[in-house]
Ligand binder design. Structure first.
Ligand code: FES
Length: 114
């Protein structure tokens, strides 16, 4: 079912800058994954949004781990309809415990470089 969803997506240029949220309004099939919705934003609304790319999309690699409305989840495995609240907002931030390289791209440990 097509639904309107307001994505609040965490943006940060690099580890030394402050982060902020940018809003994107999508009208999308709510059965698509949050990960695919983020790629729709990247491809159709804002090519500057940095997203992890080499991903399995099957819940195996763990690379798409993000906080979605405050809960750590694999973005490729969670349909938008499962996280879309009554307010129509989906807030996406990087996972806790990983260094932010840019926007939603994170490293795995302290030795990652920007
Ligand atoms: S893309 Fe591999 S777990 Fe989501």
């Amino acid at each position: 079912m097509k639904k309107k969803a307001l994505f609040e997506v965490y943006r940060q240029d690099n580890k030394d800058t402050d982060g902020y949220f940018r809003e994107y309004l999508l009208v999308i099939d709510d059965s698509i994954s949050v990960y695919d919705a983020l790629w729709t934003i990247r491809n159709e609304l804002d090519t500057s949004l940095a997203l992890p790319y080499f991903r399995c999309r099957k819940g195996v690699c763990g690379s798409c781990l993000m906080r979605i409305n405050g809960i750590q989840r694999l973005a490729c495995r969670i349909p938008v309809r499962n996280v879309l609240g009554d307010d129509g907002v989906v807030r996406v931030t990087p996972p806790k415990g990983r260094p932010i390289l840019k926007d939603l791209i994170t490293g795995w440990g302290e030795h990652d470089e920007v």
